[in-house]
Ligand binder design. Structure first.
Ligand code: SAM
Length: 333
């Protein structure tokens, strides 16, 4: 009972500025899944660029990209028109939510146009950003375009530690300003933070949650470490099931949540992607399980999104994997 009340408070905070069109899309999703029994993803994590000014020590984005390994030329990023096409298809399929992801999505100059197009199609538009380019002017423009929520990454309550982990001096101050601006402009902001075993037990973790409250963020999103990208060889980094349950139990669930709307079942952390609630599209149009698993199941440049999703969900390696935050195991199984 308290759990449901806390969840309701959290959803209210984060969903405060939803339009009627957003609510319609979400109800339609419920209808498709529960009544028509048409399995439909809840969210697309849409990578719009791999470019990024940070060099985070834990970065999983674009894990194992050929270009990183062999310094070969990368394919061209999706154009604005191609992204609009993906958003159109998402709304036709009945997917209600998009998270614009990177790399750093605010590097793209057409970010406001992308948000505006998705919002016009009734999609709940979120952005996940490191916050550096989130100026007051951009915040106002994104609000006008219809953005629903901005996820801003914060790796520590300490300015020195955050900037060191991100390889970017001065970033912490911009994150703090960005969260304040979102509140002033009326955009729910979610502080995204990746927790290692050591960090979750630290004073810094509690201070970071307190700081997020002080700054009037709407919520804190906890990301469990995934063994991918710069952590690809680090099996130790993955929290055990018991450790994950302990973190889930310790959180104030009216303010903090794990990863996404479908990431926890009972008290257990589950994979939203393998439960068909989430998928990832790379900045090159590849349809993938998630950002941490660099395996393409089709490309939106060569066919429809609906067909690519169908192909991915029926692929033997998708069917075989039940729980996975270990990218290496997924790719080679
Ligand atoms: C990959 S970044 C991309 C968006 C943007 N540049 C940012 O910093 O938020 C999105 C989030 O994923 C988190 N992240 C990156 N690598 C991770 C990993 N190996 N395990 C868990 N979370 C990770 C980051 O800390 C960040 O909060």
């Amino acid at each position: 009972m308290f759990q449901s009340l806390n969840t309701a408070i959290l959803y209210y905070r984060v969903g405060k500025n939803m339009s009627l069109a957003n609510i319609y899309s979400m109800l339609r999703w419920k209808y498709l899944n529960d009544i028509r029994k048409v399995e439909t993803p809840w969210i697309i994590i849409l990578g719009i660029t791999y470019r990024c000014q940070c060099s985070c020590s834990h970065c999983s984005a674009g894990a194992g990209r050929e270009s990183d390994k062999y310094k070969i030329e990368t394919p061209k990023e999706l154009t604005l028109e191609e992204i609009k096409g993906i958003l159109d298809q998402a709304s036709e399929i009945g997917i209600p939510k998009i998270d614009l992801f990177g790399g750093e999505p605010l590097i793209r100059e057409d970010i406001v146009d992308i948000v505006a197009h998705g919002a016009k199609r009734g999609l709940y538009m979120a952005i996940t950003t490191n916050g550096e380019y989130l100026t007051k002017d951009l915040t106002v423009a994104l609000k006008k375009a219809g953005v629903n929520c901005i996820n801003i990454s914060l790796d520590s309550a300490s300015e020195r530690v955050h900037d060191r982990l991100r390889g970017r001096v001065g970033l912490y101050k911009k994150v703090v300003e960005g969260i304040k601006d979102c509140h002033e402009v009326g955009i729910p902001s979610i502080v995204s933070t990746c927790v290692t075993r050591k960090r979750v037990a630290s004073k810094d973790f509690k201070e970071m949650i307190a700081l997020s409250r002080d700054l009037k963020a709407s919520a804190v999103r906890i990301l469990f470490p995934s063994q991918a990208g710069r952590w690809n060889e680090n099996r130790e980094i993955v929290l055990s099931e018991e450790e994950q349950v302990a973190v889930i139990d310790s959180l104030d669930s009216s303010f903090c949540f794990i990863e996404g709307a479908f990431s926890v079942a009972g008290k257990k952390k589950v994979c939203q992607a393998l439960r068909k609630k989430m998928l990832y599209i790379s900045p090159y149009g590849d349809v993938q399980v998630c950002v941490a698993i660099n395996k393409s199941f089709g490309n939106v440049r060569n066919g429809s999104l609906k067909e690519a999703i169908k192909g991915m969900w029926s692929h033997p390696s998708f069917v075989k994997n039940k729980d996975c935050c270990a990218a290496g195991e997924f790719i080679y199984s």
